[in-house]
Design a protein around this ligand. Structure first.
Ligand code: 5AD
Length: 380
C-alpha cells in the first residue's frame, strides 16, 4: 500500500468502502494468525511513575491518586490465576518506577517460569541495558514499549524531560524508542510497540508514518487505541467529549490552557488536519495495521473496550485483532491504574473480567488460544 492509499483509507467515510476494509483485515487475520484469540493476563504491578507524560493519568504530577506497588506474593498469585484460566502468557506492566528493583523483578520472572509454562511479557518503560539483559536471562520473553507517535516533535512535546534518563544521566538527548526497540530485539526479546490515535497535534500524515514504521520494524506485537483525555493531565483539559458522536474533539481552551498550548511544542494544526480520537479511526488503524503487518499479534486493547464498552472489544477482533489482554490486577488496585478515565474493567474482579472476555469471544464465534501464542513474524 502506498502512502496515499493508506491516507485515503484513514479519511474514508463511505460505509460500503469501510465494510470492504474490515473484511480484508479480517480475512488477512484469519489467513495469517488464525481464528484463535490469544489471552494475555495483564498485571499492573506498580502505578508509581517518574515521568510527566502530558496525556497520562498516572504521571508523576498527578497527586490525586494513591500510589501502590504489588508485593511478590501478589504478583505470583496473579500469575497463578493466569495459568488457572488457561492463558498462554502474562504482561507485567508498571509506570516508570525507579524503585522497582531490577533483581526483584528478575526473581519474580524466574519463579513464574519455574512454576508455570506462561510466556512473560514485560512492559516497565525505559530501563537500562543491564536491567533488560538481566530480565532476559531470568526468562522474560517479550517487551512492550510503545513509541506513541512517529512524529519526533510531537513525541518530545508530550514527553517533557524528567531529571534522569533510563541510564541515570540527564534525559536529553534521549535515545529514541525506535533504537531501544531494536536493542531489545537484539537481546532476544519479541518486541511490541504502538501508538495512541487522536493526540492533540497529531495529523493524518503522522498516522500513515506510524503504520509504515510498524511495518519497517517488523514488530511482533502492535497495540493501539484512541487517546482518551484524562482531566488531571495537561492534554486532557484541552479536549471535550462530543455527546453526539461519542468522540473527543479539541475543546475551547480557556486562557490558561491557550497559554500552555502556545508555550508547548505541540504542533499547531488546523481542525481539518487534527486527527480525532474516535472509535472509528482506531478501528481503521487496527485494520490497516493488520494489512501492513499480516503476521503480527494485535490486541483489541482496553482503550477500545473503554470507548465502546458494549462492542469495542468484539469489533476490534473482527477488524484485524487476534489478542485480548484481560486484566488480572487485584480489584482494590484497579482504580489507581487509571491512565485514562472510565477505564474498562475497573470495577471487576479477575474472574469477572475473564468471564466477560470468554463471553465476548463466544458471541463472535472465536475461541481462546491454546499455548503461548508466540509471534509468527519470523516463523517459516
Ligand atoms: N489515553 C489513551 N491511551 C493512553 N495511554 C496512556 N495514557 C493514555 C490516555 N490518556 C496509553 C499509552 C501507554 C499505554 C500503556 O497506555 O499508549 O503506552
Amino acid at each position: 500500500m502506498t502512502f496515499d492509499e493508506i491516507r485515503g483509507w484513514l479519511l474514508e467515510t463511505d460505509p460500503v468502502q469501510l465494510e470492504s476494509l474490515w473484511a480484508a483485515a479480517d480475512r488477512t487475520r484469519a489467513e495469517n494468525v488464525g481464528d484463535q484469540v490469544h489471552l494475555r493476563g495483564l498485571i499492573e504491578i506498580s502505578n508509581i511513575c517518574r515521568r510527566q507524560c502530558l496525556y497520562c493519568g498516572i504521571r508523576a504530577g498527578n497527586a490525586d491518586i494513591h500510589r501502590y506497588r504489588l508485593t511478590e506474593d501478589e504478583v505470583l498469585n496473579c500469575a497463578r490465576t493466569a495459568a488457572k484460566f488457561g492463558y498462554g502468557s502474562i504482561v507485567i506492566q508498571s509506570g516508570e518506577d525507579s524503585g522497582l528493583d531490577a533483581a526483584w523483578v528478575a526473581e519474580i520472572v524466574r519463579k513464574i517460569k519455574t512454576e508455570t509454562d506462561l510466556a512473560i511479557t514485560l512492559s516497565l518503560g525505559e530501563r537500562s541495558d543491564e536491567d533488560w539483559i538481566l530480565w532476559k536471562k531470568a526468562g522474560a520473553d517479550r517487551y512492550l514499549l510503545r513509541f506513541e507517535t512517529s512524529n519526533a516533535r510531537l513525541f518530545k512535546a508530550i514527553h517533557p524531560s524528567t531529571a534522569k534518563n533510563r541510564n541515570g544521566s540527564p534525559i536529553e538527548p534521549e535515545e529514541p524508542r525506535i533504537e531501544m526497540l531494536r536493542k531489545l530485539r537484539g537481546l532476544g526479546y519479541e518486541i511490541g510497540s504502538g501508538v495512541m490515535v487522536g493526540i492533540p497535534g497529531q495529523s493524518y500524515t503522522d498516522l500513515v508514518r506510524d503504520l509504515q514504521l510498524f511495518r519497517d520494524l517488523n514488530l511482533d506485537m502492535i497495540g493501539l487505541g484512541p487517546f482518551l483525555p484524562h482531566p488531571n493531565t495537561p492534554l486532557g483539559q484541552l479536549f471535550e467529549s462530543d455527546p453526539e458522536t461519542g468522540t473527543y474533539k479539541p475543546g475551547q481552551p480557556n486562557e490558561e490552557q491557550r497559554l500552555f498550548f502556545e508555550k508547548s511544542d505541540l504542533p499547531a494544526l488546523s481542525l481539518k488536519d487534527q486527527v480525532s480520537s474516535s472509535e472509528l479511526l482506531a478501528f481503521k488503524m487496527i485494520a490497516l495495521t493488520r494489512l501492513l503487518c499480516p503476521r503480527s499479534n494485535i490486541p483489541s486493547t482496553t482503550a477500545i473496550a473503554t470507548i465502546d464498552g458494549q462492542n469495542g472489544r468484539k469489533l476490534g477482533l473482527s477488524r484485524g485483532a487476534n489478542v485480548v489482554m484481560p486484566n488480572l490486577t487485584p480489584l482494590q488496585y484497579r482504580k489507581d491504574y487509571e491512565i485514562y478515565p472510565n477505564k474498562a474493567a475497573t470495577q471487576q474482579t479477575p474472574e469477572q473480567t475473564h468471564e466477560q472476555v470468554l463471553r465476548h469471544l463466544s458471541e463472535i464465534g472465536r475461541t481462546p488460544g491454546v499455548g503461548r501464542g508466540d509471534s509468527r513474524v519470523y516463523a517459516n
